[in-house]
Design a protein. Structure first.
Lengths: 208, 182
């Protein structure tokens, strides 16, 4: 079979391809369902949720992890292509919000004061966030295999950041610690673990 | 009237292909093949690679990854990015390293030039690794030029089965290339 024949076989397999973005959206939703199921199975909303929603520190925490998930998820369709179309600058939004939170806390603004959060609570974060993120990461990495990322490791890492951000967003409803310093330590560690793991997987599994 | 810019034609054909127009798709692949061969020839030969192998590997990748093209962006740069990835990969399999910029590949794709028809290179080893059914479907639609409907009748399969088998066969060929097997 020569090149000419191969072209004919490829044309016969032509047809309308499934959209990359559509696959990523479906993977995101499937992962979210999986993460929510794990949450329902293993965790419960924090007992003080009703009073927490009145506190700015809770909302800032939600905003930081939500922005991590949202900015990474919207960058996915770009890093999954051989010619990325947009820059990754939007990924800086979450770290900047976190920096703002730390600033408020260090300036001793009462609403952002850190309580004495036990290390145990931090370790819970480091266990549960990767666990909740796992179904999201698996679904996203599978969907990314349909792409052709210019940098497979980077594509994996962005998928991991999106998954870690979503896992952390769910976990934020179970975790009673809202102080920016706590988030900077334990949430960053947990999301970092997911990101690094997905970077390592992506480097191999997303090559094409 | 000036001859239309090849990239404009490629864009039009690729848009039609992604809408499911297989005739336009065949025209596009046929138009890209000599451009790829010209672009990849010296870059392949430097590593002792058969240019036709690299061209076929790039065509397979273009096909399987065609949903990664973004409408309204230059086709030549997208093709170049995929060709560059496959070229670097092929060099790496030979234990060598090469620096090629996407832009330099895109520039040579856009250049006009004569196509020296290479000797046809067999995919025999790749074909041998497929299942008997995959091989039957692949040769019926390629060598014998049947449409998938005709191939379905000839091989006594449903049209869906022919399409699925063909798609799997092409994916297997692509991964065989990737492992340096074909």
């Amino acid at each position: 079979m020569n090149t000419h024949d191969l072209a004919r076989a490829l044309a016969a397999d032509g047809g309308r391809p499934r959209s990359l973005r559509g696959g990523l959206v479906r993977a995101w939703l499937a992962g979210l369902v999986g993460a929510a199921a794990l949450f329902a199975l293993l965790l419960a909303p924090r007992p003080d949720l009703a009073s927490a929603v009145a506190k700015p520190a809770f909302w800032l925490k939600l905003l930081i992890v939500g922005a991590t998930a949202a900015t990474a998820a919207t960058a996915l369709a770009s890093v999954a292509r051989p010619l990325p179309q947009r820059s990754l600058l939007s990924l800086l939004v979450a770290p900047l919000l976190l920096a703002l939170g730390l600033l408020l806390q260090f300036a001793s603004i009462p609403a952002f004061a850190g309580g004495a959060d036990p290390v145990f609570r931090g370790l819970m974060c480091t266990c549960f966030i990767p666990l909740l993120s796992a179904p999201v990461a698996v679904c996203l990495l599978i969907a990314m295999r349909r792409g052709a990322p210019a940098h497979p490791g980077l594509a994996g890492a962005v998928a991991g950041l999106a998954a870690g951000g979503l896992g952390a967003t769910l976990y934020a409803f179970a975790c009673p610690a809202d102080s920016p310093a706590f988030i900077a330590t334990w949430y960053s560690l947990a999301i970092g673990i997911v990101t690094i793991a997905c970077y390592a997987i992506g480097r191999r599994a997303l090559r094409w | 009237m000036d001859a239309p810019n090849p990239e404009w034609i490629w864009t039009m054909l690729l848009e039609q292909s992604l809408e499911g127009d297989t005739a336009a798709y065949h025209t596009l692949l046929t138009a890209l093949t000599p451009a790829l061969r010209r672009t990849l020839r010296s870059r392949s030969q430097q590593a002792g690679l058969d240019v036709e192998d690299v061209v076929q590997e790039v065509l397979l990748a273009l096909h399987l990854k065609r949903s990664t093209w973004v409408r309204g962006t230059p086709v030549a740069r997208w093709v170049a990015a995929i060709a560059r990835n496959k070229l670097v990969d092929a060099w790496r399999r030979r234990g060598r390293h090469t620096e090629v910029s996407i832009d330099s590949v895109a520039d040579s794709l856009r250049e006009d030039g004569d196509d020296h028809e290479e000797k046809s290179r067999d995919l025999e080893r790749g074909l041998a690794a497929l299942t008997a059914r995959q091989r039957a479907v692949l040769t019926t639609v390629s060598l014998e030029g049947y449409t998938s409907v005709e191939a379905a009748a000839k091989l006594d399969m449903s049209e869906i089965a022919v399409r699925v088998t063909l798609h799997r066969a092409l994916k297997s060929l692509a991964s065989l290339f990737q492992r340096g097997g074909a």
